[in-house]
Ligand binder design. Sequence first.
Ligand code: AMP
Length: 223
Amino acid sequence: MPGRVVILGAPGAGKGTQARRMAKKHGWPHISTGDIFRSHVEHKTAIGEKIESFMRSGQLVPDTLACQIVVERLAESDCARGYILDGFPRSVPQALSLDRMLSDRHEALDTVILLTIDDEELIERLAARRTCPHCGKIYNLRFNPPKIAGQCDKPECDGALLVHRDDDQADTVRRRLRVYHETTEPLIQHYLRRGLLQRVDGGASPEVIAEQIESMLTKLGAA
Ligand code: AMP
């Protein structure tokens, strides 16, 4: 089974939800640069202080910092058998840097999954997205609400109150979408040229998307 996967898509396309499922199913680490950066901000580290204003305003943090975080994370032993990169790369310089990181490790990506969905749907989804600050589980008030309003379902989270991320507020979402179209979308060409890109309709239900991803991974593994 192929294990080096990048998941691409606009904010709210469902990358985090699908990356978590794949990670759980296959035992690959889920590397979300957004989660790593949020943890730095929450713990007020030196990196956290540098990046907080970029994140709050929906801009990308500098490429050098994003690449540094990923190169350090990939060096950890749990990445030896594979990993899912969620939210990285997000710009052409980051993709080129990832190409170098991989060639230094004598590795190659197995696939790049692109979740496609239109902006209006994303704006509505992000307005309704809630996250558990404890376990990171993602809910949507419209189509995947928690069992008890406002609280995480997981027993180990002990009723943790769900949060609406600062950068999921309407104005910031519009800026994040602009950044996605201008800076991240050119990666589609980058990975098409390498024959790695697989498109999945991000407007389908999470279950249907997960099935499509699994059948793609199975086909790649069998190839
Ligand atoms: P996400 O949770 O992936 O939507 O990321 C939240 C925010 O973290 C983004 O809006 C950026 O400010 C920052 N971020 C996450 N990943 C990257 C990256 N690869 N490059 C630059 N900034 C990033």
